[in-house]
Design a protein around this ligand. Structure first.
Ligand code: ASP
Length: 162
C-alpha cells in the first residue's frame, strides 16, 4: 500500500490503533495523604493511555472515578484503564463501601479492584489512606510502582505483588 493510501485510511478512522503496540503499563502518578488534623487529600496526574483519541478525558480528573477524598472515610488515587474506572466510579465506590457498609479500607478496595473492575473488563489499581492513617495499595495488574510513608517515617517501596 502506498503512503498516501495508508494516510487516507488513517484519516477515516476516529483513532489510530496499532495492534503491534501491546504495552499495558500505565504512566500515571498519584498521591494520597492525611495531615495531623485528619484532613484527607488525593491527587492524580494521568499518563494517559496509548491509542486513545485526542481530547479524551480519563478517570484521573473526574472526582469519584480516579480521584476522591472524604474526611469521613478515605482518600483514593487510581491508575488503570480509565473508561472502566469511570464506569465503576472506583474511588468513590471504595469510600461508599466504607461509609454505608462499614467495610475496612482494605476490604472495600479489594471488592472494587478484584471484583467490580475486572468483572466489567478493566484493570488497574489504587493507592489509598483512610481516616485512621491505614495505607492500602491494591492492584489487579502484574505490578504497580508504589511507595508509602507512615507517621513514624517508615518507608515502603514496591513494584510487583508482595
Ligand atoms: N487511568 C489513566 C487514564 O485512563 C491511565 C493511567 O492510569 O495511566 O487516563
Amino acid at each position: 500500500m502506498k503512503k498516501h493510501e495508508a494516510q487516507n485510511q488513517l484519516n477515516d478512522k476516529t483513532a489510530f490503533y496499532d495492534a503491534t503496540i501491546n504495552d499495558s503499563k500505565f504512566g500515571t502518578v498519584g498521591c494520597v495523604a492525611i495531615d495531623k488534623n485528619g484532613n484527607l487529600a488525593a491527587g492524580t496526574s494521568t499518563g494517559g493511555m496509548t491509542n486513545k483519541r485526542w481530547g479524551r478525558v480519563g478517570d484521573a480528573p473526574i472526582i469519584g472515578a480516579g480521584t476522591y477524598a472524604n474526611n469521613n472515610s478515605c482518600a483514593v488515587s487510581s491508575t488503570g484503564w480509565g473508561e472502566f474506572f469511570i464506569r465503576a466510579m472506583v474511588a468513590h465506590d471504595i469510600s461508599a463501601l466504607m461509609e454505608y457498609k462499614g467495610l475496612s479500607l482494605k476490604d472495600a478496595a479489594k471488592e472494587v479492584i478484584h471484583k467490580k473492575v475486572p468483572e466489567l473488563g478493566g484493570d488497574g489499581g489504587i493507592i489509598a489512606v483512610d481516616k485512621y492513617g491505614n495505607i492500602v495499595m491494591e492492584f489487579n495488574t502484574a505490578g504497580m510502582y508504589r511507595a508509602s510513608m507512615n507517621d513514624k517515617g517508615e518507608l515502603y517501596v514496591g513494584i510487583f505483588k508482595d
